[in-house]
Design a protein around this ligand. Sequence first.
Ligand SMILES: Cc1cc2nc3c(=O)[nH]c(=O)nc-3n(C[C@H](O)[C@H](O)[C@H](O)COP(=O)(O)OP(=O)(O)OC[C@H]3O[C@@H](n4cnc5c(N)ncnc54)[C@H](O)[C@@H]3O)c2cc1C
Ligand SMILES: NC(=O)C1=CN([C@@H]2O[C@H](COP(=O)(O)OP(=O)(O)OC[C@H]3O[C@@H](n4cnc5c(N)ncnc54)[C@H](OP(=O)(O)O)[C@@H]3O)[C@@H](O)[C@H]2O)C=CC1
Ligand SMILES: C=C(O[C@H]1[C@H](O)[C@@H](CO)O[C@H](OP(=O)(O)OP(=O)(O)OC[C@H]2O[C@@H](n3ccc(=O)[nH]c3=O)[C@H](O)[C@@H]2O)[C@@H]1NC(C)=O)C(=O)O
Length: 338
Amino acid sequence: MTLSSDTVRILSPSVVKQPAKNPHLTPVNGDRDRSQSIYLAGTACQIKSNVSLSTFTSFRVGGPAEWYVAPKQIEEVQACLEWARAEGLPVTFLGAGSNLLVSDRGIPGLAISTRHLRYSRFNPETGQVTVAAGQSLPRLAWQAAQLGWEGLEWAVGIPGTVGGAVVMNAGAHGSCAAEILVNTQVVSHRGTISVLTPEELGYSYRTSVLQGGDRLVTEATFQLKPGADPARVQATTSEQLEHRKSTQPYHLPSCGSVFRNPDGSRGAGWLIEQTGLKGYQIGSAQVAERHANFIVNCGGAKASDIFQLIRYVQAQVEQNWAVLLEPEVRTIGEFQGL
Ligand SMILES: Cc1cc2nc3c(=O)[nH]c(=O)nc-3n(C[C@H](O)[C@H](O)[C@H](O)COP(=O)(O)OP(=O)(O)OC[C@H]3O[C@@H](n4cnc5c(N)ncnc54)[C@H](O)[C@@H]3O)c2cc1C
Ligand SMILES: NC(=O)C1=CN([C@@H]2O[C@H](COP(=O)(O)OP(=O)(O)OC[C@H]3O[C@@H](n4cnc5c(N)ncnc54)[C@H](OP(=O)(O)O)[C@@H]3O)[C@@H](O)[C@H]2O)C=CC1
Ligand SMILES: C=C(O[C@H]1[C@H](O)[C@@H](CO)O[C@H](OP(=O)(O)OP(=O)(O)OC[C@H]2O[C@@H](n3ccc(=O)[nH]c3=O)[C@H](O)[C@@H]2O)[C@@H]1NC(C)=O)C(=O)O
């Protein structure tokens, strides 16, 4: 079973050209072919070539993005998308990289990171918070707790961005993004801005129609519950984080749960542990002792080690339990031939 990939193919890689001399581009220094970064005309947007993604993922693995940019506002997002389209490049969206496995070979085309899209606006009249896609979800959870707004306590241990949470329908402790989302603003690969409701997102467990799609989440609005005692909300938030740290290998690079829990009472962690795979290692990738549905990078792991371990665990569980575990982690780039 191949793992799904999230590189959006505006054109298939076979026709992806090396970026031509694009009139929109102002080389930073000298001839573009030599330069490692370029600026999009009319913006402060710097597109860099050959940027390693390993430091941008929680697994701490992954090869280089052919091109990488971190736009600071929606107009720059639109300019980047227009450039990629003009150059015939596939586009990949990056949040905090906490649910990504990026190929050691890297990814073709343009990787757009939301890391600089950050603001949060709490509206006491409506109890809603509107927040930029690149905002850290734990940071938002703590901000809400400090205000005495309930509804995000569950999210404090999810080390991703708001945009990633909207796309993944991130959840924990019986809650998830779908339950509190009012709407989300997205930009299509043609630069068109629209606002989607939870119904339009086709939400289900750890799934939305945005996954593997070509629309970038730029902002989300959540319905929270103001008026609680801030000390109590902060205490609950801390408890959620402490519970997680005691049941999950938080201290080692991972992507969180590797597989979605299958239907039925036996979760992925239980199935993998009962298959005797805790501690099983390929290279420096290991099935975590603390939680069998985590694969951890014990130091110096390659993406290929992790990929092969995912497939090995899938095969062993299927053989033992006739259950085919479905990856929750999003794989990006090519893993063929492994
Ligand atoms: C220690 C640890 C614990 C975790 N615990 C949980 C948990 O309890 N519950 C849970 O649900 N998850 C958990 N995760 C997984 C992960 O944190 C979530 O899936 C999170 O929502 C991913 O957000 P991100 O910003 O890192 O997205 P990324 O990993 O960067 O991207 C995930 C996917 O979303 C896409 N994407 C990201 N941002 C955007 C955007 N703005 N617009 C469009 N597409 C976008 C990417 O292309 C990719 O397909 C955990 C991960 C770790 C490392
Ligand atoms: N194992 C793995 O692969 C990974 C694990 N993690 C873990 O996930 C957890 C979340 O990490 P991360 O997403 O970086 O978020 P942080 O834990 O860094 O929290 C984000 C922000 O929330 C605020 N904050 C944190 N704790 C408190 C608090 N007790 N009270 C008030 N505000 C607080 C801080 O904002 P401010 O700076 O404004 O004070 C902080 O910058 C961390 O424990 C981290 O170690 C993260 C990534 C990967
Ligand atoms: C970490 C993630 O989300 C996590 C989220 O943090 C936690 C807490 O709410 O609940 C889910 O884990 P989970 O279903 O494994 O929940 P846990 O409470 O850790 O384990 C459930 C049960 O599985 C069994 N279990 C778990 C791990 C293990 O190694 N062995 C085992 O037998 C235990 O019986 C345990 O009681 C989410 N995982 C999925 C795939 O839904 C993620 O999505 O990345």
